[in-house]
Design a protein around this ligand. Structure first.
Ligand code: FAD
Ligand code: NAP
Length: 314
């Protein structure tokens, strides 16, 4: 029986692992289906973590986090969790891929979020063959070529700046005239010589052939005029969906309270509506979706889990 199971190894899961093991829990396993680090490892630039003045890529930024946790005894099992249940004896069963199960006295779920698809014709067909959601991973394939970026948030604008250093030109296509990204980032994008802004516009279709993407059809929302950009790649950054699958039972019903958008309802101690089950990071309600906030959530959840296991949380 584990003292604590942590599901997800992003900033929230790793911070939870650090605080749980340093806080004295002995058998703590972090179930992370990939390499620990979470979605920030796909970011090309990380510059807003307090105390870390050097600008670095997300992969380098996260590397020491796991090393620090493992030093205090956190164990990592690289496996996908399918679901979690609370049993009659008050403990939890963790159902893993490959027909395995583990039991734990308490659980912190920190499964984060995942890039959303825009629902454009051709997007699914050419995903991985010219359609991407990761500039750091795929940008190099378009060295010296033109690419399109879709979206108007922090991710779209920051990754446009990254791509502009590799590609000959970036068309940044956004459905409104205003961007929701940070003003300083918007300013940098506006000043970039090889980023062309196409605002108030929609991507109607992603076109391609056996070799992959060959172009995108862009429609102006006011005039209705359509133009085709001939290019081999489009990066889609239209927001994130919460990863909450592990909190559904066999019939697909959530085991704890969630918001209408699928975010897990928690209180300030990161307690869910199920005693002994905690949620942290991007997946919880009203998450600011920042590394520093996810890490803070993880620490709070771990301290709350320790209090729960010691019977001090009544
Ligand atoms: P995640 O980082 O999403 O980690 C969740 C982990 O859970 C993942 O590793 C996933 O593999 C694992 N997982 C999911 N489901 C399962 C399962 N069923 N079984 C096992 N494991 C599972 N924030 C900033 O503060 N500054 C930035 O500059 C910044 N830039 C960003 C740039 C990009 C391109 C992106 C995508 C995000 C950026 N963010 C930034 C946001 C930041 O990355 C997130 O807020 C943060 O990573 C959330 O941490 P998390 O631990 O909650 O979730
Ligand atoms: P986001 O902030 O939700 O922005 C998504 C963008 O995509 C919006 O501009 C939205 O348009 C547009 N969009 C949504 N659906 C669309 C569709 N179907 N077709 C076309 N456009 C569509 O997502 P994000 O940029 O990935 O950021 C997610 C969170 O992570 C945010 O909280 C963000 O602040 C955070 N983050 C922070 C940093 C940082 O701190 N440096 C970096 C990256 C991400 P509208 O504007 O019209 O809604």
């Amino acid at each position: 029986m584990l003292d604590l199971a942590i599901i997800g190894g992003g900033p929230a899961g790793l911070a939870a692992g650090l605080y749980a093991t340093r806080g004295g829990l002995k058998d703590v396993v972090m179930f992370e289906m990939g390499m620990p680090g979470g979605q920030i490892t796909s970011s090309s630039e990380m510059e807003n973590y307090p105390g870390v003045a050097a600008v670095t890529d997300g992969m380098s930024f996260m590397a020491p986090w796991q090393e620090q946790c493992f030093r205090f005894g956190l164990k990592h099992e690289m496996v996908r969790v399918l679901r979690v249940s609370k049993d009659g004896d008050g403990n939890f069963t963790i159902y893993l891929e490959g027909d395995q199960t583990r039991r734990a006295r308490a659980v912190i779920v920190a499964t984060g979020s995942t890039p959303r698809r825009a629902g454009i014709k051709g997007e699914d067909e050419f995903f991985g063959r010219g359609v991407s959601t990761c500039a750091t991973c795929d940008g190099f394939f378009y060295k010296g070529k033109e690419v399109a970026v879709l979206g108007g948030g922090d991710t779209a604008l920051e990754e446009s700046l990254y791509l502009a250093k590799i590609c000959s030109k970036v068309y940044l296509i956004h459905r409104r005239d205003e961007f929701r990204a940070a003003p300083s980032t918007v300013q940098k994008v506006r000043e970039s010589e090889n980023i062309e802004l196409i605002t108030n516009a929609l991507v109607e279709q992603i076109k391609g052939d056996v070799s992959g993407v060959t172009g995108v059809v862009v429609k102006d929302k006011t005039s209705g005029a359509a133009r085709e950009l001939q290019l081999p790649g489009i990066f889609v950054f239209v927001g994130l969906d919460v990863r909450n699958e592990v909190l559904k039972d066999e019939s697909g019903k959530f085991i704890c309270d969630v918001t209408p958008g699928g975010q897990v309802a928690v209180n300030l101690k990161m307690q869910t509506s199920v005693h002994g089950l905690f949620a942290a990071g991007d997946m919880r309600q009203d998450a600011p979706k920042q590394v520093v906030c996810a890490a803070g959530d993880g620490a709070v959840a771990a301290l709350s889990a320790i209090a729960y296991l010691q019977g001090h949380d009544k």
